[in-house]
Ligand binder design. Sequence first.
Ligand SMILES: [Zn+2]
Length: 70
Amino acid sequence: MHASITITPTIQPVSIPVRELLPWAIFGSMLMLLAIYFVGIEEGAAAIFNNMYVHELVHDGRHLLGFPCH
Ligand SMILES: [Zn+2]
């Protein structure tokens, strides 16, 4: 006896056109740059927020990523 098993894919990959993907890619890139800014640069006289809350919040990440600190 011979049993033939055919596997047909039920989920087809959906192609996303670049035209639809590009705004989200730009949005994500801006969020990433904002996060890098807050972790790496937001400190001292040029800071957006005058208190040290943001700096203290991301302080561990700052050391983890090797940004110069203290
Ligand atoms: Zn530090």
